[in-house]
Write a protein that binds this ligand. Sequence first.
Ligand code: AMP
Ligand code: ZN
Length: 115
Amino acid sequence: MSSNCLFCKISSGEIPSQKIYEDEHVFGFVDIHPQAKIHLLFLHKKHTANINEMSTDPKAIAQMFHGIAEYSKSCDLATNGFRVVTNLGADGGQSVFHTHFHILGGEPLGHFGRR
Ligand code: AMP
Ligand code: ZN
């Protein structure tokens, strides 16, 4: 737990969220500013700032995608398809510095361009 991190506080329950998934390592909840019909955020409970930092812990990456797979297979998401996005740093548009994966779906998204 990083003391002043919004997503550490959300995954520990200190700050409320619309939780949709939780296991020992992973927490999933609804994004407050949805960019698609379904817009969820998945994070690892162990704080890292971004995917490059998380890459030093392969077990955490496996646990992360295990959680996403478990959730998506439990509902229509995996059937209809979805997009996974993670932002890193200023050009990537990262605004919360606890590694997280955006899960977008619930409708056809089309191909994404530069902006
Ligand atoms: P990023 O810009 O990639 O760092 O993503 C941060 C995401 O967190 C944005 O899509 C925000 O809408 C979302 N967000 C920020 N605060 C909250 C919150 N309290 N509950 C749910 N989602 C949040
Ligand atoms: Zn954190």
